[in-house]
Design a protein. Structure first.
Length: 488
């Protein structure tokens, strides 16, 4: 569906010449006219002070009980924001800088991390109705969203050993997936992590990714996420989940400058390796999605997959920190009559196939910590389903045992993983005490739309062309899917 715009020319007086009270009043009249008379008139010239050719991205991020307008601009100073007709200054989040390049373990490359852009923010009051930045009307979060788009693992893979065809929209279809998602008119977007993948330079012998930026600076972030996601950033507010590609030894600097929902701090910015420990573990938080449901967001960026070694100081810190954070998860989930959906990048009870067909089952570091608190239940009471990325597939799994359903949506654009066998080999279990009952899956690129119907949540899975693959209901601890149209 095309946007409702007008090609007629309207010329507005330069309101910047007015004193600020009169300027605000004048701009408020403009907003009122656009709202009540000229619905859909976003193409009409905005007040010039609110236009800024240096704007590179503008969106709304949801988290820690706040809805925050964010801007990335090539200008040194932050633009103004017009909230419900009032023109207000935005706050500096992170100034343009050439950050010290970070190391990447097991890599021969030095990774550039230059940020010639300024990031700014403004915390929107709870009752905000309209917000405009640089001529863009931002999507305002709804108290009870009924259409939630879910995607994950969207960047274009450029590593020391593998290169995706970043210039080919069929081989790296994130822009297409994002544009499709925007046409579905979501009221919230949940991204399950791994926004950034362009870590290594494209070799001259590899035609699939020539002329692509790489490293951890703005140019790679822009190419991997902000440019292809632009239409979807304009369509709905976002809940951002941190993936392992956004840990400090990788793209953590960009994560904190741009996406992290909490306030920016030099002590938690991944710029100083001595601050990596506090930077790599963010406190869990809840995002209400109506009166009876909530997402609980958990930062698993440094979970890894190896067993926790209690004789290693770094593992002791990980174990104790995760224990503290899972206690917080239990507190957040302790709400009578509320379905809590646990969200982390790494699947806790998933099953994935390796490149040679081997199976990877569950996440050992998370399971070890969760077992220490909740035994073989792993999850605290109140968690009825879990959402994850990391595995580059779509997967919906239910269990005969009393464990919450697993939904994986890591098929948003990054090179796909091999499909798991169907049926699973007899006796396959992601963890001790967990028995798989059913699994529905696909290793096609695509996305999920989560919709509320009569106080129940329904998941519709689509491929990158918008073809329906399956419909699933979230009920009690189960995810119940039909396989009509599903292609594996």
């Amino acid at each position: 569906m095309q946007n409702l715009t007008t090609n007629e020319s309207y010329t507005l007086k330069n309101t910047n010449d007015f004193p600020r009270p009169l300027r605000t009043f004048h701009q408020g009249i403009i907003v009122a006219l656009c709202t009540s008379v000229l619905a859909g008139c976003q193409s009409i010239d905005q007040p010039p002070k609110l236009l800024d050719d240096g704007i590179r991205a503008a969106w709304v991020v949801v988290g820690y009980g706040n809805n925050t307008a964010r801007v990335i601009t090539a200008a040194k100073n932050c633009p103004e924001i017009m909230v419900d007709g009032n023109v207000l200054p935005m706050s500096l989040r992170a100034a343009a800088t050439a950050s010290p390049p970070r190391r990447e373990i097991a890599s021969p490359f030095v990774f550039p991390a230059t940020f010639p852009v300024t990031s700014c923010e403004f915390r929107l009051p709870a009752q905000t109705k309209t917000a405009v930045i640089a001529g863009r009307t931002l999507p305002i979060p709804k108290r009870d969203p009924e259409r939630i788009l879910i995607i994950g693992d969207t960047g274009c893979r450029m590593s020391a050993t593998a290169w995706q065809a970043c210039n080919d929209p069929n081989e790296w279809p994130f822009a297409k997936v994002a544009a499709l998602g925007a046409t579905m008119k979501p009221e919230l977007v949940l991204h399950l992590g791994d926004f950034h993948y362009r870590e290594s330079p494209c070799p001259a012998s590899e035609p699939r990714c020539q002329n692509s930026p790489w490293g951890y600076g703005w140019d790679a972030w822009d190419a991997d996420f902000f440019t292809p996601a632009d239409s979807l950033l304009k369509s709905a507010p976002w809940v951002m989940v941190r993936g392992n590609h956004e840990e400090c030894e990788r793209a953590g600097q960009g994560w904190f400058r741009f996406l992290d929902p909490d306030r920016y701090s030099q002590n938690r910015a991944c710029s100083d390796p001595s601050q990596d420990r506090p930077s790599n573990y963010s406190a869990p938080y809840a995002v209400p999605i109506g009166a009876r449901s909530q997402f609980i967001i958990f930062d698993s960026s440094t979970a890894g997959h190896a067993e926790i070694n209690r004789n290693r100081p770094s593992d002791i810190f990980k174990f104790e920190t995760y224990q503290e954070q899972f206690r917080k998860v239990a507190d957040l989930a302790n709400k009578e009559g509320v379905n809590s959906f646990f969200v982390s990048h790494h699947p806790v009870l998933g099953v994935a196939a390796g490149s040679k067909g081997e199976l990877f089952k569950g996440n050992k570091p998370l399971l070890t910590t969760m077992k220490s608190l909740n035994g073989l239940a792993y999850f605290p009471k109140g968690i009825t389903a879990t959402f994850h990325g990391h595995s580059h597939v779509f997967e919906a799994m239910s269990y005969r045992s009393e464990h919450p359903a697993t939904i994986i949506a890591g098929h948003g654009g990054t090179s796909l993983d091999r499909a798991i066998p169907d049926p699973l080999p007899p006796g396959t279990s992601p963890a001790e005490g967990v028995t798989v009952e059913s699994i529905t899956h696909s290793n096609l690129f695509g996305l999920l739309m989560m919709e509320r119907h009569n106080n129940e949540w329904v998941l519709n899975a689509f491929d990158r062309d918008g073809k329906p693959l399956t419909t699933c209901q979230l009920r009690d601890l189960k995810v119940l899917c039909d396989k009509k149209g599903l292609i594996r």
